[in-house]
Design a protein around this ligand. Structure first.
Ligand SMILES: NC(=O)c1ccc[n+]([C@@H]2O[C@H](COP(=O)([O-])OP(=O)(O)OC[C@H]3O[C@@H](n4cnc5c(N)ncnc54)[C@H](OP(=O)(O)O)[C@@H]3O)[C@@H](O)[C@H]2O)c1
Length: 224
């Protein structure tokens, strides 16, 4: 049994569907499982990564875990997952762009999920840190321009100030993580623009371009 956390989100949702399509036994973690719909074969279990004691049922009988990072409780969640018998844990640590207009070789959720599905179900890549990227670096302004072309609408990139970005992130992101994001991406400690071949190497398929993602999700940007 594979436990997928973040299952109601972009990456975890793609992963649950990819694993179910491969015929894998998969359990999706959600804080509000009643509001989630997945293929019938997928188990949906309640649990909160911020409250490790709530994960007992979700971890029961699990041999592999796809785990979202970024929670202060990570060490305790890992301890409980190992204690429950999970031998293979894929941890997703996030990158995020705040402030300014820096280049980011952004990776599509479906490509992150495809790498995770391959790593969770295949023999290789154990005890390895994989760095992912999309096919080319893009600024947020580049992405807005691509969206404008796909949606055939005039769109303009308007960056948030650091204060606005902090306030927005504070709604659901721990303060330590927000500080780290600003150190990495606003103060320039971290360069997220390099393109790497990991998606192609691990999955056998090149990463999708931002324009392909925009075409596939254009309906989400139209009102009514
Ligand atoms: N999307 C991308 O292209 C991309 C690229 C690189 C890295 N990442 C990173 O990958 C991670 C997931 O990205 P995403 O786009 O899938 O995020 P998302 O769509 O915002 O989904 C976030 C997920 O986290 C879950 N979650 C939040 N707080 C939780 C808690 N306390 N306990 C259990 N689950 C909780 C949410 O579940 P609930 O239903 O319980 O709210 C939801 O399923 C993020 O850290 C992101 O920074 C994403």
């Amino acid at each position: 049994m594979i436990l997928a956390t973040g299952a109601t989100g972009n990456v975890g949702g793609e992963l649950v569907r990819a694993l179910a399509a491969r015929g894998e036994a998969v359990r999706a973690l959600a804080r509000s499982p009643d509001r989630v719909t997945f293929p019938a074969a997928v188990q949906v279990t309640a649990g909160d990564l911020g409250a490790p004691e709530s994960l007992t049922a979700a971890l029961a009988g699990v041999s592999k875990v796809f785990l979202l990072g970024g929670f202060p409780t990570l060490a305790e969640v890992l301890r409980r997952a190992r204690g429950a018998g999970a031998e293979h844990i894929v941890l997703l640590t996030s990158r995020c762009v705040v402030g300014g207009n820096p280049e980011n070789a952004v990776t599509r959720p479906a490509d992150i999920a495809a790498v995770a599905a391959t790593v969770l179900t295949g023999p290789g890549h154990r005890d390895t840190a994989l760095t992912l990227s999309g096919p080319r670096p893009l600024t947020p302004g580049d992405q807005v321009q691509t969206l404008a072309q796909v949606l055939r609408r005039p769109l303009r990139y308007q960056p948030l100030s650091d204060g606005q970005a902090r306030a927005q992130m504070a709604a659901d992101t721990p303060a330590e993580l927000i500080d780290a994001f600003f150190r990495f991406f606003s103060a320039g400690e971290f360069d997220d623009s390099p393109v790497v071949d990991t998606v192609h190497r691990v999955t056998g398929r090149p990463p999708r371009a931002f324009g392909q993602w925009a075409e596939a999700h254009a309906h989400l940007f139209t009102s009514g």
